[in-house]
Design a protein around this ligand. Sequence first.
Ligand code: HPA
Length: 281
Amino acid sequence: MEETSLRQAIDEAAVVLTRFLDQRKPVAGLILGSGLNCYADTLEQAQTLPFGDVPRMGVSTAEGHRGCFVLGKVAKTDTWVLCMQGRLHGYEGYSAAEVAFPVWVMQACGIDILITTNAAGAINPAFKVGTFCLMTDHINATGRNPLVGQEPARMAQRFVPMMDAYDPSLRARMHEAAQQTQVTLEDGVYLSVLGPSFETPAEIRAFATWGADTVAMSVVEEVIAARHCGMRVVGMSLLSNMACGVEGGDPTSDEVMDVARAVEQDFTALMDAFLQKLSCE
Ligand code: HPA
């Protein structure tokens, strides 16, 4: 994306997304990561807008990422949510600003809460595959940042504070939802790498000494952009595997997708309960 045209690109895309929303006010924008795309299929009165129909937006090439916006109501409620079925990743060749682009666009359409989800490897040996982990904080080990350059600094402040980037009161709400639905939800520090190779055992040992509990290849660029434009953020991972070398972990992408399929119902119950809580705020 040409740096000088970022604001204009966001505004152009926001026109199309605003038309798609058609006066409906989603309680949040929800990015559905690897294996979690199916949540959008549970929504009622769902309508779909392919990423390719949104000007200046990249298209998904990652496995299990359908590449569309889905607007719908949480089942049996009047709560609207805007999902992204799939996301853009740095490892697909997108710049950090391109990865963050849909977050800026959602905010330009009046969405003020971002829920971003992914599948992640567990570095913390106490964590169990098939459970979930709420991000309490992150470590950006991608070497990239979507705010680099002149344009983001013109849109909002350049030096964005990252204290409590993952909103404490929304985290408390998610824990309430987890208790209510009896879904196991850990708390942990999330570390993002660029990928697409999985980590080596030595890297995972190093990340553990830094204080990381989980690892994957997405999320941090979205969260930085969301904080930059003042959105409140929730980040949650499905623990799809033990990280490389932890308790015999040797992740493959097939393993990630298989685990996600097995916990679809837990994810749906948890997310439904959380979104309903948001609608009561
Ligand atoms: N490492 C990096 N990315 C991932 C992993 C992992 O172990 N699991 C799912 N995405």
